[in-house]
Design a binder for this molecule. Sequence first.
Ligand SMILES: *[C@@H]1O[C@H](CO)[C@@H](O)[C@H](O)[C@H]1NC(C)=O
Ligand SMILES: *[C@@H]1O[C@H](CO)[C@@H](O)[C@H](O)[C@H]1NC(C)=O
Ligand SMILES: *[C@@H]1O[C@H](CO)[C@@H](O)[C@H](O)[C@H]1NC(C)=O
Ligand SMILES: *[C@@H]1O[C@H](CO)[C@@H](O)[C@H](O)[C@H]1NC(C)=O
Ligand SMILES: *[C@@H]1O[C@H](CO)[C@@H](O)[C@H](O)[C@H]1NC(C)=O
Ligand SMILES: *[C@@H]1O[C@H](CO)[C@@H](O)[C@H](O)[C@H]1NC(C)=O
Length: 847
Amino acid sequence: MMVFFIKCFQFYNTFLFWLWVNLADAAPGAGIDAPGRSYTPVAYSIGTEPVINGLVKYAGGPLKLDAANPVVTLDYGANVAGFPFVEVSSVSASGAQIELKYSEPFGGLKEPWSNGPFLYVNGLMNSFRTETFNVSSTGPTTSFFIQGGQRWQTITLLSKESITINGVGFRANVDITPINELPGSFSTSNDVHDGVWGLGARSLDLACVEAKSQPSTWEVTKEGALVRGQYPAISLRAVGFKNYEMSFSTKIVTGGVGWRVAGGANGGYGPYFVLTTGGPKLLSTSPLQLRPNSLIAGYGFSIINQQLLPSAPAQNFDLPNAVADNEWYRITTAITSTGYNISINGTHAVFVPSEPFKPYINPGIGTSALTDGTFGFGPFLNQAAYYRDVEVIGQDGSVIYTNSLTGDDVYEEYGVAINPRAVCLDGSARDREIWIGDFVHTARMIAVSTGRYDYIESMIDFEFDWQFLDGPGAGLVPMQAPMGIGKQYRAALYPLQFGQTDYHFFFLVTIGDYYTLTNDLDLLSKHWNGTKFLVETLISRYLDTATNLFAASDAFWFTAQNTQHATAPTALFVIALKKLVDIAQALGDTETADFYTTLSQTISKAINDQLWSPALGAYRMSLDRLGDTALLATAFTIRAGIANTTQATTGIQKLSDLFYQIGYKDSTAIGNGPGTQLSPNVQGFLLESLFLAHIQLNVPASVVVPVIKNLLEVYWPHMINQNQYRTGSSWEYLFPDGSPGIGLFTSLNHPWGGAPTYIYTDFILGVRRERNASTGEAGWVFDPVWEVVEGLGLTWAKGKMPLPGGKGWIEASWSGEKESTEMKITAPEGVKVEVRQRGGAKRRELL
Ligand SMILES: *[C@@H]1O[C@H](CO)[C@@H](O)[C@H](O)[C@H]1NC(C)=O
Ligand SMILES: *[C@@H]1O[C@H](CO)[C@@H](O)[C@H](O)[C@H]1NC(C)=O
Ligand SMILES: *[C@@H]1O[C@H](CO)[C@@H](O)[C@H](O)[C@H]1NC(C)=O
Ligand SMILES: *[C@@H]1O[C@H](CO)[C@@H](O)[C@H](O)[C@H]1NC(C)=O
Ligand SMILES: *[C@@H]1O[C@H](CO)[C@@H](O)[C@H](O)[C@H]1NC(C)=O
Ligand SMILES: *[C@@H]1O[C@H](CO)[C@@H](O)[C@H](O)[C@H]1NC(C)=O
């Protein structure tokens, strides 16, 4: 999920300023819990520009760059992540400057900012996708910052004398296990499916990070906070401040210093000031450079536009006096009604008028007034500076904030603390935030591939740890938490990062899925109060009791393009309630079980009464959109048990209204065109519903197979079969031509797009958990969905399903035709699997 651009899908050319800094050898990440190994390229080519064809195998030999052939293209074969490094074996006495560039798609290598920068949140990684190393001697140079995901890299020699590199790669910050070594596996007679299974599995290895594996991007020292060029991080203690005067002392290490005032709580959107010195600059390939001894004032995310996220055109001012590196200065910014008055060491320097920023005010992201909001610190690309002794004076002249920026408290207040927990992020490079709704697919993918059930537990613990127990958000859990913020500051993120209402519903589904998968009541009983509190909050805040459908003025619905009284989110809540009934019963909380059961029946009836349209032959999208159908309205009413066989059948047939070129749109309210986004996240939910419609509602295979076949054999393979985009992982969006659906900005490592991974294991291999309707117990079944298997023309499948608690795996295979099928299964002692044979033959149980 990436919320900012949902409604503002536009490209912006980004040709602005570009500098770089090299503070490379500061032992980045020393002492973190990360694997000790490195990821190295598999192929390379040396020439004058990035190339994709004709690469040769890289075996670690010397790479010589000189003025005639200054560029080496490096291909890692699939996405990798970590701290970039080069090992230099020969460099001239005058040294050399090399520019490193990282990209998920190949095309990023040809852009000045690669497939970034990512200037809207500090994700504990480099906000920029390029950096210059100033190499003066042989040996290793390592970046201070993580790069969270890239298949491609270039190194460009910017200085004249040649350089020889005898080692290059990424010091790992995540542990990428080769697909064939995971505890979970899947393969079939058609290897297209094997590849699609692997997309989700690999995406997890990059997007799920161990506790304490992603170090801070700030370095707090006795001299103050040393901050290298990155997206500015804001104080979460000051989000309610307005009309103040903020001062700090700074010593610029290289190039310049940057800060904000009047910034929004959600990442700091607002004014941003960058001050440059007259000191030495590193070389770069950018066509635009910041002028020395000047102040550049922007508004929005940065002083540049980045991909989809616009910023006000930057204003440039010359400084009245030159500013030098390695000297301390005291910089004061006074917020006035007409602008920002900046002085340096008590002398007036620049007045920045705020009038030109007005059109860029965006209360959804920043604050609603140019005078209101918090402050923050972060130099621009290729700069670095120390910051200390922050003091804020309020409107009445009193001191309202001080911080020396020399203590460890700084990290959590500014949201740049090393990640305290194991968490799964939405994207490994862009969108490095904890989106709990998107985790609903991730959790299921973990179960069938990496077997890292501990990540699911950690995410559930995290959400309840952050749950508000009182205040305006009482009961809610975060939907989009950043990694580095201290829990004590979470109220500053309310309501924005608690407000994607159906993401709470998805979290409840994840709790239910976790129970189905593990039977682990210890964790769930610990959080049962919190779970009930969340449910109660969602009902009282968002359920419209006049209709028994969900609608509220402060509710936002990802699953219904934000329309109220919508089928999909309301049905999603029923899915969640039904799962929670199982937990309530297991915990002996019959009162809650009865309440949830009755409520789910009431809501189901409300959906059938008000939102089923016989004329459409499908559920309407919402009461606001009576004439439209929506993919998730069909998918979730099936999964919730709201749709009957006829409704499911015609609903699936009506999906043809949503089909566009290679896949299915979210709803008929969305037009057709080259920019129409086709979501693997949304279609992933559809996939499961198609199987459930067939096995639970007896919807004929002839109805579901064509859709399944298109999704698995046409839509998803676009993530595999285009070399220029392939990363080995599932993507965020696709365009109808099969290319990444947010252009260069698309995350090409997004677990939310990897649902087929669990669909294959559950329904094609056929090893899954099912709850016995009479006993209520969940157990393992080996039950391939034969008619779909036949429809896909598969003659064999084999694979492994990891068991919770590191207790090994179930290994299963089947082969043969309808009349003579061989099914084999082995499981650790004590694990019971009910085997359902093909053609309705008698069942047998394996112990
Ligand atoms: C690059 O490194 C050399 C040697 O350490 C140093 O003299 C030079 O100032 C550096 N250049 C920049 C722009 O930092
Ligand atoms: C600026 O003021 C600081 C004290 O805040 C002082 O240490 C420093 O020398 C001054 N710098 C210049 C260049 O005057
Ligand atoms: C800015 O501050 C200076 C003093 O540093 C003052 O003389 C000037 O009037 C202020 N400008 C505005 C527009 O407030
Ligand atoms: C849940 O809440 C009840 C009533 O407030 C309380 O008695 C009980 O101890 C709580 N249980 C847990 C596990 O927090
Ligand atoms: C399914 O629901 C529709 C709409 O309520 C109803 O007309 C139809 O009779 C139902 N079909 C079955 C088999 O119950
Ligand atoms: C449910 O459990 C009962 C009792 O163990 C068993 O007889 C029955 O076959 C099970 N039903 C299914 C659908 O597996």
